[in-house]
Ligand binder design. Sequence first.
Ligand SMILES: [Zn+2]
Length: 76
Amino acid sequence: MAVPKRRNSKARGRLRRTHYVPIVPSLRKCRECGAPHLSHAICPVCGKYKSRMVIDYAKALRDKAEKEKEKKGGGA
Ligand SMILES: [Zn+2]
């Protein structure tokens, strides 16, 4: 079995670890609501991208409530 010829010095290990940098996502403020969101991505709060409605969360919630209501009414 291969065995390392000599142990790495403290400096070598530390030099290697200088490249261990945490990746911090670049957050941008939403133009509409000001909430932080990933750049080039839909705002998770208002569902808009470049001030354009992409996901209508309010409508989705309404639709969900309606569906549940329907389900309840049909079952009972
Ligand atoms: Zn927003």
